[in-house]
Design a protein around this ligand. Structure first.
Ligand SMILES: Cc1cc2nc3c(=O)[nH]c(=O)nc-3n(C[C@H](O)[C@H](O)[C@H](O)COP(=O)(O)OP(=O)(O)OC[C@H]3O[C@@H](n4cnc5c(N)ncnc54)[C@H](O)[C@@H]3O)c2cc1C
Length: 229
């Protein structure tokens, strides 16, 4: 499953270990039991979520391949309970591949951490032109440095955080739910929100009962609840 994000990014589910019932199975080991009936299993998932018994959800693990701008990647790596391997800018050359926002945003007066899309067409065009020009100049300098025989690891220091990078990101469902509470939320940066909302769609498909119980009892963000309405 691969879903497009932003102008050139994506979220691709590489593999999943477990499903809704992996958490049930793990929780029931406490009583020396496994599965019972689907209805009781479902009730147990809701019970675990409602009472904050989140460790059984660590037995569901999702591995993603992500393509994302470096500034989003910097926020992703703050989520320590996950495993990451990122493409190396020392071993590979950066291509002409960067993020340009479709619409610019100005600070949100209601939400200190947020921003709002601007309707000012001139401001939009001027800002996008400036962003494009600045990135193109940086990329030209990068290529020039490479042409001068400078090592990739040093030449890359002139590149902006709008450059796309790629990583493999493996995370268990418990940590993923924490990630969604924090990043599928209006206080997160809009670009990060887009990745979190896409990842939430995939999580919902893989673990529909866990997802529902999470939204009901575990989720502390706002955007996923707005989407469900
Ligand atoms: C809107 C927003 C704004 C942010 N702004 C900033 C900012 O300005 N500057 C900045 O530096 N960061 C910022 N962050 C990042 C934030 O502080 C967290 O680092 C990030 O969201 C990861 O959350 P986490 O620690 O819960 O996740 P994880 O690192 O995945 O940890 C998951 C959980 O494990 C436990 N845990 C993990 N490591 C430890 C530990 N060392 N000790 C104890 N318990 C641990 C905690 O319970 C934690 O919630 C921001 C995040 C958001 C969502």
């Amino acid at each position: 499953m691969e879903l497009k994000v932003l102008d050139k990014g994506f979220v691709r589910l590489v593999e999943v270990f477990g499903d809704d019932f992996s958490a049930v199975q793990a929780a029931r080991v406490s009583y020396g039991k496994g599965f019972t009936t689907p209805e009781r299993d479902k009730r147990l998932i809701y019970y675990l979520m409602e009472h904050g018994h989140h460790s059984p959800f660590e037995h569901i693990v999702l591995k993603f391949h992500l393509k994302l701008p470096i500034f989003v990647m910097r926020q992703l790596v703050r989520h320590r309970i996950a495993s990451i391997n990122e493409r190396s800018g020392r071993y590979t050359e950066f291509k002409e591949d960067w993020y340009i926002p479709e619409r610019i945003r100005t600070p949100d007066s209601q939400n200190k951490q947020g921003s709002v899309a601007s309707n000012d067409v001139k401001l939009n065009n001027d800002a996008i032109d400036l962003i494009e020009e600045s990135i193109e100049n940086s990329f030209a300098a990068y290529n020039k440095l490479l042409g001068m025989g400078i090592a990739r690891e040093l030449a890359r220091i002139v590149l902006p955080t709008a450059m796309y990078t790629e990583c493999y990101w493996t995370i268990n469902a418990r940590s993923l739910m924490n990630f969604l509470s924090l990043r599928a939320d209006s206080h997160a940066q809009w670009e990060m929100q887009q990745y979190a909302l896409t990842i939430a769609k995939i999580f919902k498909k893989c673990c529909p009962l866990t997802y529902k119980a999470f939204l009901k009892y575990g989720y502390t963000g706002d955007l996923l609840k707005l989407e469900e309405r």
